[in-house]
Unconditional design. Structure first.
Length: 200
């Protein structure tokens, strides 16, 4: 479990103990179940990141909801439900050249406007052969974006750099010449699923 989840586990347990002390067993059980869900939500499973050149790996667990050809490049969006692992991982190996937090709404993360209007954090990673922008976007349930990387940091492919708490979306903006290897509706795993690849 990631350390960010510790307060979300301890507080329900303490409340459950308080309910139990006063003999309110329904409340005690309810908060113990909440604590168990928080352990599940903040889980940190081991991932086997693929090796090879020119690969772009998913930054998050979830469902591919949008694939677009944009003027700025190929775009792939992954929606994370409250039951998905919410840790974000670097899609490529490279240097962080920009980190920009945009204040905004907490509207549904699946909407077309979310990438422009919702609160989000854009991380630009410059690798040897390409630059990828990974954007963390909050949704209705998400309350906080966590990004531990800063400008000048070097990330390995699949390396953890942050998370979004409670339901969210992660977008990848890649070069125009990559071949996208997923389709809308696919389930992907952060740090493991290959999203796209540069042609040989």
């Amino acid at each position: 479990m990631v350390k960010d989840g510790i307060p979300f586990v301890i507080i329900p347990i303490l409340i459950a103990v308080l309910f139990a002390f006063f003999g309110v067993w329904i409340g005690a059980v309810a908060f113990l179940l909440l604590a168990a869900f928080m352990v599940f939500f903040f889980r940190d499973p081991k991932r086997d990141t693929p090796s090879g050149t020119g690969l772009v790996i998913s930054s998050a667990d979830g469902k591919v909801t949008r694939i677009e050809d944009r003027d700025a490049g190929k775009f792939v969006s992954v929606f994370l439900s409250p039951f998905d692992v919410h840790i974000n991982r670097s899609p490529i190996a490279g240097k962080v050249t920009n980190v920009k937090l945009f204040k905004g709404k907490k509207a549904p993360a699946t909407s077309n406007e979310a990438s422009q209007t919702n609160e989000r954090n854009a991380l630009t990673i410059e690798g040897e052969r390409m630059t990828v922008v990974c954007t963390q976007i909050v949704g209705i349930l998400a309350r906080r974006i966590v990004c531990r990387s800063k400008i000048g940091d070097t990330l390995e492919r699949g390396e953890k750099f942050g998370l979004i708490k409670f339901g969210s979306r992660t977008d990848l903006l890649m070069p125009k010449n990559v071949d996208v290897l997923v389709k809308v509706g696919d389930r992907v795993k952060g740090g493991e699923t290959i999203i796209a690849k540069l042609p040989e």
